[in-house]
Design a binder for this molecule. Structure first.
Ligand code: TMP
Ligand code: ASP
Length: 236
């Protein structure tokens, strides 16, 4: 597989075309941003950890019936993925109140939610990824009702699978963000990443934060927390 020209650079990853038109190459960076790019920094080794953790979790999800874009890990930072058109939605799933939900609704961080909360944000950096609902999705033709049924179903299944899986590693899954893509033949599959950048992971016993909140909130030991997640999941 030959790596061809770069077609996209995001805040944490670059995407390249390959000589297979149905396969893209994703390269994970150590760059970290928060608050829509206002805060910038580097988390040493993050790209390697997020690449490995994402691939590990996506392969696990595949075995449980969730279709993902994962094809093959090429190196510490590079992975082949299926070519998709990203549905421009950040799909946020929440089990415990934290972050922007706590702020918006005045719920103390750590408050259990009686049922799972599902939120959609329109992926648009200029607008700061505003929260929207399904009627906005249809009004802007971002996805069809059938696609949203699939996305909702997968998001809730992924939550149930990940929550149980992480519990075994003494990690509580507080909330997380998913992105989905459309394959050339119109199927919805899980894309992007699942990592300490995109999830809130709390140690089940101590409630210590093992995710990007350590960077967002200047809590220290950011690299250590990312490493701890990889070690608990993969033994590395
Ligand atoms: P929030 O509480 O800031 O809305 O974040 C909810 C979850 O989504 C949290 O696990 C972090 C993740 N997230 C991203 O992956 N990317 C983002 O740009 C934001 C704002 C949150
Ligand atoms: N990655 C996001 C940004 O900088 C924010 C975050 O993860 O907190 O836009």
């Amino acid at each position: 597989m030959r790596k061809l020209e770069q077609i996209y650079e995001g805040k944490a990853k670059k995407v390249f075309r390959t000589d297979d038109e149905n396969v893209y190459l994703v390269q994970y960076k150590d760059d970290a941003t928060a608050f829509n790019g206002l805060k910038k920094g580097t988390i040493e080794g993050k790209g390697v950890i997020n690449n490995k953790v994402t691939n590990f979790l996506m392969q696990m999800l595949e075995t449980k019936g969730i279709p993902t874009h994962y094809v093959q890990q090429l190196s510490d930072r590079e992975t082949l993925v299926k070519r998709v058109q990203i549905v421009p939605l950040e799909v946020v799933v929440r089990n415990i109140a934290a972050g922007s939900l706590s702020k918006r609704l005045g719920l103390e961080e750590g408050t259990p939610l009686a049922t799972t909360v599902l939120e959609y944000c329109y992926k648009n950096d200029e607008l700061g990824d505003p929260m929207i609902n399904e009627t906005h999705v249809y009004a802007m033709n971002l996805a069809t009702p059938e696609e949203m049924d699939t996305i909702r179903d997968y998001a809730l299944k992924i939550n149930a699978i990940l929550r149980d899986y992480l519990k075994e590693a003494n990690i509580d899954l507080i909330d997380f963000k998913l992105e989905f893509g459309r394959t050339p033949d119109g199927k919805i599959i899980l894309a992007d990443e699942i990592s300490p950048d995109t999830c809130r992971f709390w140690d089940s016993k101590t409630m210590e934060k093992l995710d990007k909140d350590r960077f967002r909130r200047d809590l220290g030991n950011v690299e250590g927390a990312y490493h701890e997640v990889m070690k608990r999941l993969m033994g590395e």
